[in-house]
Write a protein that binds this ligand. Structure first.
Ligand code: GDP
Length: 601
């Protein structure tokens, strides 16, 4: 039998705020969500908490029960909170709505022992970019040595019961967190000291395991939403629905379905919809709106039950024809009483908003959802890495064909996030010298690519250095003329740099260097060698000059530097050459620039 959900949101004129949980892996996001759901189930009257598709609605009355003395439901008129069930910022960034993040508010979970980690910072970056208000859950307080847990209690009472040593241990860790938040540009404090949550981030110490501090977390979330989100929550929940695709899944008996979160208006079981697709917006008719069957009825055969309508905010599974090309992260819109073209244009405009800035030359990015594509692209943009093409979808041979057109070797790369590499693609990539990078953590993906670029640049520099004339200064030793000319053979000491066979030798006479000949051979204690380094004394043969006429014992000689090479060395490779060679270079440049200030610039 079809039935209408008993969702508290439906009759209210204020919609439920949507809450997302973010943070580093293993810091306790899932445990926290489970705790909130679990306590809600035990605390609440039967049926009070509603399991949605991809989310859990906790009504105000249940939050009141869970928060105990901390919350008086009389003070609130928001209907409750809708927690997105898939934690992590990957899903967070997937969850976008018109012009921003789908979540109205976020919880950043940080393990008090582990402190800030790369994904903590990544989460903060995303929240900063999307301007999403958030609070910090300083999790796992029960792991502090000597902690005596008091299950599900408000944190201040629980903290006061701890020995002094344990309390100051906790404070120390919390101050560390507050300091790190401040380094990231967020002013933060213990939540009970925060007066204005719009200017300060509240830090709530808690344990997702024992439940201590979870009442506080709910209280702060509720208070924050009530205070700062009330205006945004005043939407017409009976109007045409708007939502975001969470996931595209095959469902036995229903074909391809989409799991969506509705953040505005209502979707009805007889509505026409426009859904963002890989190629173009999909126009379709709802076949069924599905919700998970309540726990009490789990024994029935079917997993889902059909509902007549869902009102914001809610999660729902939508069965409809032609959803194969639907895209996670894309908009879903109800048409109802409007020309369909208008709605198609709306969906197109919203998709265009996420379109990434692409350049003629750059790398290829493939991601599983629009949101993740946007998040990666923004990270790449921050690092000034150009993108030639950015798309949602698996990596296919045609992506290799695009990547191989890049001119720069560093750009012949594909960054793949949360997608598959299709058959034959890896082999083609190897054949075409295109590098594939796969990772499900954005910063790691970009880091891997960065390392690759560094390796290429280093080998390029090595190659350049191998093909460039390098500066060296040496002096003819007194009483070391072994042969006067054809070629001249003299004993020398290398003062700085490295002399190499076959280079041209010059001498400064006034400003201009004067070429005296070519270094034909180097002998170190009778053995022929190709080069000699600073500090060494060797015999050299120089084709061209005559000792006593063109060069003298005691003369300072130089390896002659072509202007182009001098410029590359000074502008690009100073870091790569040894200090003594750098000294030879700067002396050489000084000498040349005495006459011509712009030489080598
Ligand atoms: P997620 O990767 O952020 O979702 O982290 P999980 O929720 O999977 O937690 C990672 C591990 O930390 C699991 O073994 C949890 O049992 C444990 N954990 C999470 N929260 C707490 C806590 O408050 N106290 C303790 N002692 N362990 C916790």
């Amino acid at each position: 039998a079809e039935h209408t959900p008993t969702d508290t949101t439906e009759s209210s004129s204020l919609r439920t705020p949507i809450v997302a949980v973010l943070g580093h892996v293993d810091h306790g996001k899932t445990t926290l969500l489970d705790k909130i759901r679990g306590s809600a189930v035990t605390e609440g009257e039967a049926g009070a908490i509603t399991q949605h598709i991809g989310s859990t609605a906790v009504p105000l009355s249940v939050i009141g029960e869970m928060a105990g003395d901390l919350v008086d439901p009389e003070d609130f008129d928001l209907p409750g909170l809708l927690f997105i069930d898939t934690p992590g910022h990957h899903s967070f960034s997937t969850l976008r709505s018109r012009g921003g993040a789908l979540a109205d508010i976020a919880i950043v979970v940080v393990d008090v022992t582990d402190g800030f980690q790369p994904q903590t910072e990544e989460a903060l970056d995303i929240l900063r970019r999307t301007q999403t208000p958030f609070i910090v859950a300083a999790n796992k307080v029960d792991t502090i040595p000597g902690w005596n847990p008091t299950d599900d209690q408000p944190i201040q009472a629980s903290k006061e019961r701890q020995p002094d040593r344990v309390q100051s241990d906790l404070d120390e860790r919390l101050y560390e967190l507050i300091g790190q938040l401040s380094d990231e540009g967020f002013s933060a404090d213990f939540y009970w000291r925060v007066q204005n949550f719009q200017n300060n981030i509240g830090v709530v110490p808690l344990s997702a395991m024992t439940g201590e501090g979870v009442p506080d977390l709910l209280t702060v979330l509720m208070g924050l939403s009530q205070r700062y989100l009330k205006e945004e929550m005043a939407v017409d929940v009976t109007g045409p629905g708007a939502g975001t695709v969470l996931e595209v899944t095959d469902e036995r008996g229903f074909g391809t379905t989409i799991d969506a979160v509705v953040y505005d208006g209502t979707i009805r079981a007889d509505d026409q919809l426009v859904v963002g697709g890989l190629e173009e917006p999909i126009v379709t008719e709802v076949r069924a709106l599905l919700q998970p069957r309540p726990l009490a009825e789990i024994r029935t055969e079917k997993e889902f039950e059909k509902v007549d309508s869902v009102a914001a905010a809610a999660g729902v599974k939508i069965a409809a024809p032609d959803l194969d090309d639907a895209m996670a992260g894309a908009p879903v819109r109800v048409v109802r009483d409007r020309p369909v073209e208008e709605v198609i244009a709306e969906v197109e405009a919203e998709l265009a908003e996420v379109e990434v800035q692409t350049a003629e030359e750059g790398i290829v990015v493939k991601a599983d959802t629009l949101g993740s594509l946007e998040a990666i692209s923004s990270t790449l943009e921050d690092e000034e890495i150009p993108i030639m093409r950015a798309e949602v979808g698996d990596v296919a041979p045609r992506d290799i064909r695009v990547a191989e057109t890049a001119n720069e070797p560093t750009h012949r790369a594909i960054l793949a996030f949360g997608v598959d590499i299709l058959e034959d693609t890896a082999a083609l990539a190897e054949q075409e010298d295109v590098r594939l990078f796969e990772n499900d953590v954005i910063y790691q993906l970009v880091e891997e690519y960065d390392d690759h670029v560094t390796a290429i640049e280093e080998s390029q520099q090595e190659q350049i250095l191998d093909n460039i004339t390098r500066p060296a200064r040496f002096r003819i030793l007194d009483d070391h003329t072994f042969r006067q000319s054809d070629p001249a053979v003299v004993g020398v000491e290398i003062l700085s740099g490295t002399i190499v066979r076959n280079s041209h030798v010059a001498r400064f006479d006034g400003g201009e260097p004067e070429r005296v000949g070519q270094l034909k051979g180097i002998q170190d204690e009778g053995d022929d060698v190709d080069e000699a380094r600073a500090g060494e004394r060797v015999a050299v043969s120089i084709d061209g000059p005559t000792v006593g006429r063109d060069i003298e014992e005691g003369d300072e000689l130089w390896i002659e530097l072509p202007e182009k090479h001098a410029k590359i060395l000074e502008q690009e490779l100073t870091e790569e050459i040894p200090a003594d060679e750098r000294e030879a270079l700067s002396m050489y440049l000084d000498k040349r620039r005495n006459k011509d200030p712009f030489w080598g610039k």
